[in-house]
Write a protein that binds this ligand. Structure first.
Ligand SMILES: NC(=O)c1ccc[n+]([C@@H]2O[C@H](COP(=O)([O-])OP(=O)(O)OC[C@H]3O[C@@H](n4cnc5c(N)ncnc54)[C@H](O)[C@@H]3O)[C@@H](O)[C@H]2O)c1
Length: 451
């Protein structure tokens, strides 16, 4: 492997694109600070399971990052990660793996600027709070918090310590999502009225693995994620849907969520899966699941829009985020396999049209600049952008484009929907995590082609 003068591999996205024969105009920032030691940021990883390793592989393709330390309590996760790091020619990082609090030793180091936290949900807030107290930039996976108390812990700690926190919501960076954001900002749909979004992902084989097992000793997310479906009736995973819509509606930046109400269907899917795959007599068939199969939440905003958010993870279905955006001039429905638009004055009256030309015309400047390089990263390229944004934010000591108030506001949908369901679909009021400042905050997400 070719190395630069700091002993780091020269495997930037530039090289990948050049190998692919892409016509590349090299913008100065594209070099990601190569060869300049002072421009390298030092990133530690806490949690290097499936998701943590996806972040790791993106960071390993850059040449402006060093990785002094990693932490995971699963020896297998550590072993795989060390192999990935050595394969890319990076020096072996220090490893912290002894016990639930091993991450505190990583945080105590003074040679780490930022940490990427990709652990189970219940650890996100405690680890983020400790990281901010240790003076690190924090990139935390979704959702950032599971209770309103945790949402406030994030906000309070961020304000007290001055350590920035970014919620690593990759879907905000999906190519079609960013093109629609661009359309919204250029007034294609007129004044926004309504949006739909959600997380409609058949997770039954994730919640049970192997077979119909879950909990300690099971595989992957079945070790920790399934427990939430047993104990909570709520929208357990709102941010992939609400993140994109919140950026389009300027939530926390001149607009805010005011209230929500939630409705849930009965809980059938997980029990049926257990019986279908393990039989009536298998012990897990006795469990009573709290999570309704489909949880539907309606939010209204200070600027007078409504948003329907769906959580739907226990039934057979193809993956969908159910994205729709509607304004006074037209609307779009866009997903991986369905993209259509209707704009009054542009589209044939009363007829949907395909979106290919629209998506090309409004392709976001970030994708125009980095699309070639992003292609190899996860989830169709969007994962490149979220890690790029985090690294650039740390490098520039800037405010994260998706910040602690976004993390708190979006994550709050879980406890608020839970309370609404528990109280017979009662109206719940969102806390104002910005303490009134949403009125004057100006949007900062993806305003140009930098990050
Ligand atoms: N944005 C996305 O597209 C996306 C995709 C997948 C997962 N996620 C999120 O990423 C997070 C991690 O999910 P995953 O799929 O990687 O789960 P996973 O179970 O594969 O990995 C979690 C890792 O955390 C480690 N861990 C647990 N306790 C720890 C501790 N005390 N200290 C250090 N490490 C600890 C586990 O050993 C495991 O390796 C979750 O919040 C999930 O919702 C996001």
């Amino acid at each position: 492997m070719e190395k630069n003068k700091d002993g780091m591999p020269r495997r930037s996205f530039l090289k990948t694109a050049a190998a692919a024969g892409a016509a590349v105009t090299v913008a100065p920032s594209m070099a990601f600070g190569k060869n300049k030691k002072e421009n390298k940021v030092r990133i530690g990883f806490i949690g290097i399971g499936g998701r943590g390793r996806s972040h790791l592989s993106n960071v390993l393709k850059r040449d402006d990052v060093t990785i002094p330390a990693i932490c995971d309590i699963d020896p297998k996760a550590v072993e795989i990660s060390l192999k990935m790091i050595s394969k890319e020619g990076y020096p072996k990082p220090d490893v912290y793996q002894d016990g639930d609090h091993a991450y505190e030793k990583l945080l105590a180091r003074d040679d780490i600027d930022g940490v990427i936290i990709s652990t189970p949900w219940l650890l996100h807030t405690p680890m983020s709070v400790d990281a901010m107290k240790a003076g690190k930039y924090v990139g935390v996976e979704v959702s950032a918090a599971t209770t309103l108390g945790e949402c406030w812990d994030l906000v309070n700690t961020c304000e007290e310590t001055g350590s920035p926190l970014m919620i690593l919501e990759n879907v905000c960076y999906r190519r079609d999502v960013m093109a629609v954001l661009n359309m919204v900002r250029q007034n294609v749909f007129g004044e926004l009225l309504h949006a739909r979004c959600g997380y409609r992902h058949d997770l039954r084989e994730v919640k049970f693995s192997p077979g119909v097992e879950f909990g300690p000793g099971a595989h992957g997310e079945a070790r920790w994620r399934t427990q939430h479906s047993l104990k909570r009736n709520a929208d357990l995973y709102p941010t992939h849907g609400i993140g994109p819509i919140a950026t389009m509606m300027n939530i926390n930046y001149g607009n805010t969520f005011l209230t929500l109400t939630s409705h849930a269907t009965k809980a059938r899917g997980l029990h049926k899966y257990i019986v279908d795959h393990g039989g009536e007599d298998t012990p897990n068939a006795k469990l009573k699941w709290k999570l309704g199969d489909i949880v539907t939440t309606t939010i209204n905003t200070a600027n007078g829009e409504t948003i329907i958010v769906t959580h739907d993870t226990n039934s057979p279905k193809p993956y969908s985020l159910d994205l729709q955006v509607q304004g006074t001039q037209g609307l779009t429905e866009f997903d991986y396999d369905k993209k259509r638009i209707y704009v009054e004055g542009k589209s044939k009256p009363h007829h949907w049209e395909g979106m290919d030309d629209w998506l090309k015309k409004y392709d976001h400047p970030l994708w125009k600049k980095y699309g070639e390089y992003a292609a190899g990263s996860g989830h169709g390229g969007m994962d490149f952008f979220v890690d790029h944004a985090f690294v650039e934010t740390v490098k520039r000591k800037a405010q994260p484009p998706l910040d602690v108030y976004d993390a708190a506001m979006w994550s709050a949908i879980t406890p608020l929907s839970e309370r609404s369901l528990a109280e017979g679909n009662s109206v719940q009021y969102f806390p104002d995590f910005t303490r009134g400042n949403w009125i004057k905050r100006k949007p900062i997400f993806a305003l140009n082609d930098e990050y």
